[in-house]
Write a protein that binds this ligand. Structure first.
Ligand SMILES: *[C@@H]1O[C@H](CO)[C@@H](O)[C@H](O)[C@H]1NC(C)=O
Ligand SMILES: *[C@@H]1O[C@H](CO)[C@@H](O)[C@H](O)[C@H]1NC(C)=O
Ligand SMILES: *[C@@H]1O[C@H](CO)[C@@H](O)[C@H](O)[C@H]1NC(C)=O
Ligand SMILES: *[C@@H]1O[C@H](CO)[C@@H](O)[C@H](O)[C@H]1NC(C)=O
Ligand SMILES: *[C@@H]1O[C@H](CO)[C@@H](O)[C@H](O)[C@H]1NC(C)=O
Ligand SMILES: *[C@@H]1O[C@H](CO)[C@@H](O)[C@H](O)[C@H]1NC(C)=O
Length: 668
């Protein structure tokens, strides 16, 4: 096994290479691309880069109490969730996988790897689904023109979301495999479900063969409750028909010798729009197919923006709807529909995944989806799902034409001079990963704080029965300079069998912006940011700012102030802090693989790479936002990373460089 330390060196090289490209690029005047297309200019037009800033809602009347207590208990708390592992993942529309993940199996997007690596450091692994509406008609072909991995058939669109059918090659699967070799990603795929007579199971055959243990399962049917509305089934189609189709699929898989793991299905994947979950459970779905069902899944968006995008449904005014995302009731309202389902699943020994979700279907809402308020919404919603016994949630990533992407590569016509854009929902993912940590055994509990006030929710996260972290939200936005809407939460912990277990001090990280409407670099997590549109290489920028709060050791309480608006993550123990990434401590918690950070690589690695690797301008001009080749390099010495200088001059592709280095470093 390759030691994780080696992987860190590899990632350090990513970092260094990306850094190098910045250096090359921003030499405006020497850089042909930069002079021809105004480097750094933010173009308008595409929803992913919408700059709208909404006004925050008025302060509530009456105001929530400005101070409240949170009494926690060591040794087990009734009502806490089932054990949680990695929770917050992503759903990538299949047709844009070649923009987000990489161009092909040997050209993987470096910013993507960095973004996932940030999460892996905090939560151990990340689950990603490649699918969506486009999986339903996807065809595995032997090859595509120009060596492409995915081709869209734009003339042949279906669904209100105009998602085109895709052709793909096995290189997509190899790329996913290659990604998993670099960062710990586990994948979900989907089985085309529009033709249930001639099942197209090549994706299952090749997927299992190529992805092996990195593959978690295959969704069978994407939003079947919308099949009638979208014209894919006759008007009589109902949950029993779906039940029958799954039975057929199971039979076909059973007799397919090229599918070794037959217990890999995920369903029903309903949008819970037309069908209730119960209407599917009542068919006997879970009992009948228990053996073959790897996970249960549902999908849901709290609102749709289809009118603005496609002229169907109801117009949704972003400003008027903003407040609906800025309370604890927002997430609770979505989850309420599924409480019976998560309880039912527990009785059947199944995990429920929110397989595709985000702020609004048909691309999200301008000014909401990508705002600080949107990030708070995503985080509260994710914690609420964890509290409610979901076992994971996948936030959807569309292309350039949606508002809600956690991260977006630059449009292909601008990759030469733009970096990636990290959206609000990525901050939700990052903070959720830190809140739950990497134990695989955390429990989440909605504390009904402040008498259940919807503007000031709080959660506790437990490990081995003891509270380890507390999550505090303040959804309100106050006038600049005013502290009227700030609050103080006073935390105490009761020990097992009486007495106090309140620590003498706690660490706190704040997620902040001046207004819920703000976005981009005006949004900071512990003082750090991913910047504005087109500014990110996938790593946090700036210096991390972690507060230490001294507790009152006489009355045994810790008073945490939470400004309006803000989120605060309180680490109740030192190990709760380091387990999710003490970013100053390098290799972290002694487990060897977690709590380390890309930002803290030995600077010698950065320096050497910067000095020895340059990126050819012609390649920047044609790359899809990634660094796909090296120009001139010179040999140099660098202690501890002997492998680099030996292979650097000759490598052609970044990913092979990294894997090569892993192998070489692994021998030391
Ligand atoms: C890139 O393409 C998008 C979408 O067609 C367009 O809005 C944008 O202006 C283009 N950028 C440049 C620099 O031409
Ligand atoms: C990936 O794309 C690059 C550039 O188009 C090409 O040189 C390379 O051969 C491709 N790799 C694979 C595995 O297709
Ligand atoms: C909960 O789900 C079960 C199983 O499908 C069903 O029998 C029951 O009616 C549901 N309860 C509610 C309140 O929907
Ligand atoms: C989650 O599951 C646990 C364990 O079964 C249970 O105690 C708790 O009430 C459930 N939470 C919700 C919100 O349903
Ligand atoms: C958590 O679960 C994942 C997936 O099952 C596993 O790979 C990992 O080793 C587990 N981590 C710990 C700390 O148990
Ligand atoms: C990625 O996948 C290709 C298959 O196309 C394989 O030949 C190559 O060695 C892999 N690259 C890395 C870096 O693992």
């Amino acid at each position: 096994m390759v030691p994780f330390r080696s992987l860190l060196y590899c990632l350090a090289s990513f970092a260094a290479v990306v850094q190098g490209s910045v250096t090359v690029y921003y030499q405006i005047g020497q850089e042909p691309l930069a002079t021809t297309t105004a480097a750094g200019a933010v173009f308008t037009g595409l929803p992913a880069y919408d700059t709208r800033i909404l006004n925050p809602p008025d302060l509530p009347n009456p105001m929530p109490a400005p101070a409240f207590t949170i009494q926690l208990q060591n040794g087990g708390t009734p009502g806490a969730s089932i054990l949680q592992g990695t929770f917050f993942g992503f759903s990538i529309e299949m047709s844009v996988a070649n923009q987000v993940l990489g161009k092909n199996s040997s050209l993987i997007e470096v910013p993507f790897l960095n973004l996932i690596s940030n999460l892996v450091q905090r939560s151990g692994h990340v689950r990603i689904r490649v699918g969506g509406n486009t999986q339903e008609t996807a065809v595995l072909v032997d090859s595509l023109p120009n060596g492409r991995m995915i081709a869209k058939d734009n003339d042949n669109t279906s669904n209100p979301t105009k998602t085109p059918p895709v052709d793909f090659t096995t290189d997509l699967l190899y790329m996913m495999r290659n990604i998993s070799e670099l960062v710990n990603v586990r994948w979900f795929l989907g089985i085309p479900f529009f033709d249930t007579t001639n099942w197209r199971l090549e994706i299952v055959e090749k997927g299992q063969q190529i992805l092996g243990d990195h593959l978690l399962g295959f969704q069978a049917g994407n939003e079947p409750d919308y099949y009638i509305r979208h014209g894919h089934r006759p008007a009589t189609y109902n949950p029993y028909d779906y039940f029958g189709e799954i039975g057929d699929l199971i039979n076909v898989i059973a007799s397919n010798p090229n599918i070794p793991n037959k217990d890999c299905l995920i369903g029903p994947g309903i949008a819970a729009g037309e069908w209730t979950p119960e209407s599917v459970w009542n068919t006997g779905f879970v009992d009948s197919y228990s053996q073959q069902l790897a996970y249960l899944a549902v999908e849901h968006y709290p609102l749709d923006n289809c009118f603005s995008r496609y002229g169907t449904g109801t117009y949704r005014d972003p400003q008027a709807n903003f407040i609906n995302y800025l309370t604890h009731d927002a997430g609770k309202g979505i989850v309420a529909t599924f409480l019976n389902t998560t309880a039912y699943a527990q009785t059947k020994g199944k995990e429920v995944i929110m397989f595709e979700t985000n702020s609004a279907s048909c691309g999200g809402l301008p000014g909401i989806s990508n705002s600080f308020g949107g990030a708070l919404w995503g985080l509260d919603y994710a914690l609420q799902m964890a509290h409610s016994n979901f076992s994971g949630a996948l936030f959807h990533i569309g292309g350039q034409s949606v508002y809600y992407n956690p991260f977006t590569p630059p449009p292909t016509n601008e990759t030469g001079y733009h970096k990636w854009s990290v959206g609000a929902i990525y901050y939700s993912a990052l903070i959720m990963a830190e809140a739950l940590g990497s134990s695989n055994g955390s429990q989440v509990m909605d504390l009904q704080a402040n008498f259940g006030n919807t503007w000031t929710p709080a959660y506790a996260i437990y490990e081995n029965g003891d509270p380890v972290r507390v999550a505090l939200f303040n959804f309100m936005t106050d006038a600049p300079g005013s502290t009227a809407a700030d609050y103080v939460a006073t935390i105490s912990i009761a020990g097992i069998g009486g007495g106090s277990a309140t620590p003498s001090s706690v660490k706190v990280k704040y997620f902040r912006a001046e207004s819920v409407g703000y976005r981009g670099r005006n949004m900071t997590w512990a003082g750090q940011t991913f910047g504005d549109f087109f500014e990110s290489d996938g790593r946090l920028m700036g210096t991390e700012d972690v507060k230490t709060v001294q507790c009152d050791t006489v009355v045994m309480t810790c008073a945490i102030s939470v400004p309006a608006p803000a989120f605060a993550l309180v680490f109740l123990t030192d190990s709760a802090f380091t387990a999710t990434g003490d970013h100053s401590a390098g290799y972290g918690n002694g487990k060897g693989e977690l709590g380390a950070s890309i930002e803290t690589f030995p600077t010698t690695v950065h320096t050497k790479m910067l000095n020895t690797a340059t990126v050819e301008r012609a390649i920047l001009a044609t790359s899809n936002g990634m660094i796909n080749d090296f120009g001139s390099t010179s040999r140099g010495s660098s202690s501890g990373v002997v492998g680099w200088k030996e292979i650097l001059p000759s490598v052609a592709l970044l990913t092979s460089l990294v894997v090569g280095a892993m192998v070489i470093l692994g021998r030391f």
